[in-house]
Design a protein around this ligand. Structure first.
Ligand code: ADP
Length: 647
């Protein structure tokens, strides 16, 4: 992950985490505050509406009491009650009710005056007139009351009145004896309650106040509903259903606030109050959605704010990370250029921070590195020059050495060649002298030499002269051998090589063929593996392996059966052959000396014929071929002669 990405993630986390925590806390706090405030406020509204309803009903009760104190009504009822026949008083009373009483309160739907038997003797509503209400609670509960008391009916539908009504009754007493003569009932259209509940000022769009009552197993609403604008009492909700929970709680006699579904089954924030006087429930409510609309807006606002802050933070982080990473990038680019060998490159950063210091240190380091490199280059150049000079010197020496070598070979050749003729003379004359002496000696013996003289000559004639002659002949013969060896060696340098690919299997088998007699004689086992071919001069390489096989056969151990193994393999482009024997072996300190000219191991005690030239010749031949020879040997166990030649 790049530094820029890391910075981005870091900046985003340190800025967005607190923002999200704060806004979340703020959101939940605001939500609970709003919820609490709304519930408090709705409770207050519900209480005020309850008070309003009760005072409204009180005013209506006052009106009925006022009517029950009306002297004309009381007198008229007294007159009607005491007369047996329908008197004209009834008409006058009806007219009085219509003209003088009903207009006093626009909410009154109808007024009825009942006699002590519960019969409607006068009414502003013709349909009501003459009805028997002796069994009606509104009559029965009221007739027992005293003057100035009222009764509010709990039943709101009357078959002979069109509207659903609230009935308020008061006893009518005689003016003199204060004896109850009947009852006056004011009927109010139940819709008057809407005046209280439909005032929804300050309750928002979905706010609503409603009154309800229990009817059997249902909740019945007494007021016109905002979302079911039918007649009051026409909407009912079963008590055991999930809807209208606030109203149900109110009708159970409780007061409080709650978030629960309303009669539409939509969640509302509601306050509910029980009105015990009427056994009604009062509910004020607002749709939860509306209450929390502000919160929803706040949430959207928070999300937008979060996004904006994220964008701003990202932008700032990008700018900052660019400013931070740019010098680092320059540093990285610079190091790459320096790493590629451009030590003169200076990292262009002017930042005054750690990166700036780092770049400056880097620049210092590269300039020092540059200087060191220059020194190394100078040194290398000098070294090259020195090597070149030395090489020239060595080449020159080599040429000189080759020349000297050739010269030496020439001298050796000439010397050994030229020395041979005097040597041959010495040998010839010595033999002649020996023969002559052998002829002279009997003559001397036979001649008349005195015994004294013979005694004097005896040592010289019988020992000294023959020994000297033998010694001269042996030494000249040894010298001859040495000279012919030297001649062979010096001749080798002149032979022109004909290098070609050699079939070594064939070459070795020819050599073995040459030594077949000796192999059989000595009862030696010769094992030859599959041999890879090499490059070389056929005759010279033949000489190499003939000499090696010859030595292996010569220096076998007489105590065990001789085994000679010949193998070969390709090692890193060179063919390495190995000729292994189980002969007498060579001590380690002699393993390099055996290649020296005329060097033989223990030549005095050695009865094996040889000149000490074989291995010298081999190493010279291999030198000329670009090859090598080396030994691995252990006295008493055997020797391995390795020969390496170009493939
Ligand atoms: P020469 O065999 O004529 O003496 P070389 O140069 O061939 O001369 O060998 C030098 C000496 O190395 C030998 O005299 C012998 O002592 C020793 N030598 C060579 N080959 C073997 C061998 N296969 N086992 C033991 N000794 C060896």
């Amino acid at each position: 992950m790049s530094i820029r990405t890391k910075l981005l993630i870091f900046a985003l986390s340190i800025s967005l985490i607190p923002i999200s925590i704060i806004t979340t806390l703020y959101y939940f706090n605001a939500r609970s505050t709003i919820e609490r405030q709304t519930l408090d406020w709705l409770t207050a509204v519900a209480e005020s509406k309850k008070v309003h309803t009760l005072s409204f009903l009180d005013s209506k009760k006052g009106r009925v009491i006022d009517f029950s104190s009306d002297g004309f009504i009381r007198d008229s009822l007294e007159a009607i009650s005491s007369s047996e026949t329908q008197s004209p008083v009834v008409n006058t009373l009806i007219r009085h009710l219509e003209v003088n009483k009903k207009p006093l309160d626009r909410h009154i739907t109808a007024i009825a005056v009942l006699d002590i038997n519960g019969n409607v003797v006068a009414s502003t509503n013709k349909l009501w007139l003459g009805k028997d209400m002796s069994k009606a609670t509104i009559f029965m509960s009221c007739v027992t009351k005293n003057y100035g008391e009222t009764y509010i009916g709990k039943s709101y539908s009357v078959p002979y009145l069109k509207e659903n009504c609230i009935f308020i009754s008061a006893p009518l007493t005689s003016r003199q004896e204060h004896k109850t003569m009947g009852v006056i009932i004011n009927a109010y259209d139940i819709a008057i309650l809407d005046e209280i509940t439909t005032k929804r000022a300050g309750m928002g769009e979905s706010g609503e106040a409603l009154l309800g009552m229990r009817k059997g197993d249902s909740v019945v609403f007494l007021t016109t509903l905002k979302y079911a604008p039918d007649m009051p009492l026409s909407k009912s909700v079963p008590l055991n259903s999930s809807g209208a929970k606030p109203m149900r709680l109110a009708l159970e006699g409780q007061s409080g606030a709650i978030i629960a579904p309303d009669y539409r089954n939509i969640d509302v924030v509601a306050a509910y109050q029980y009105i015990p006087e009427m056994n009604w429930g009062m509910v004020t409510k607002i749709d939860k959605r509306e209450v929390f609309a502000l919160i929803t807006r706040l949430r959207i606002f928070t999300i937008i704010l979060g996004c904006i802050s994220a964008i701003v933070v990202i932008a700032i982080a990008i700018i900052v990370s660019k400013r931070v990473t740019k010098p680092i990038q320059k540093l990285v680019e610079g190091t790459k250029r320096i790493a590629s060998g451009d030590l003169g490159f200076k990292i262009p950063t002017r930042s005054k921070d750690e990166i700036g210091f780092l770049a400056a240190s880097f620049n210092d380091m590269t300039s020092q590195l540059g200087e060191s490199k220059k020194q190394v280059e100078d040194y290398a150049q000098n070294l090259e020059q020195k090597v070149e000079d030395k090489t020239k010197e060595v080449k020159h020496m080599l040429v000189e050495l080759t020349y000297k070598n050739k010269e030496m070979e020439q001298i050796i050749y000439v010397t050994s060649h030229d020395l041979r003729s005097p040597l041959l003379n010495i040998q010839g004359f010595s033999r002649e002298l020996q023969q002559s002496f052998e002829q002279v000696l009997p003559v001397l013996n036979e001649s008349g030499i005195s015994p004294e003289t013979r005694e004097k000559l005896a040592d010289a004639l019988e020992e000294d002269i023959p020994d000297a002659l033998k010694f001269i002949l042996a030494s000249s013969s040894k010298m001859d051998t040495l000279l012919s060896g030297l001649l062979r060696i010096s001749r080798m340098g002149r032979v022109v090589l004909a290098i070609k690919q050699l079939d070594m299997n064939k070459l070795i088998s020819n050599i073995i063929g040459t030594y077949e007699y000796m192999i059989k004689e000595e009862k030696v086992k010769v094992q030859v593996g599959e041999l890879p071919s090499c490059k070389g001069d056929n005759a010279q390489i033949n000489q190499v392996f003939s000499n090696l096989l010859d030595n292996a056969l010569k220096y076998l151990d007489s105590d065990r059966e001789g085994i000679i193994r010949i193998s070969g393999e390709n090692k890193n482009g060179h063919i390495v052959y190995c000729l292994e024997d189980n002969g007498i072996g060579i001590v380690e300190r002699q393993q390099t000396k055996v290649f020296e000219i005329f060097h033989r191991l223990n030549p005095a005690g050695n009865d094996v014929a040889g000149e000490g030239l074989g291995l010298t010749i081999i190493s010279k031949i291999l030198d000329r071929h670009g090859g090598k020879i080396w030994i691995e040997s252990e006295p008493g166990k055997g020797s391995k002669f390795f020969v390496s030649l170009p493939a």
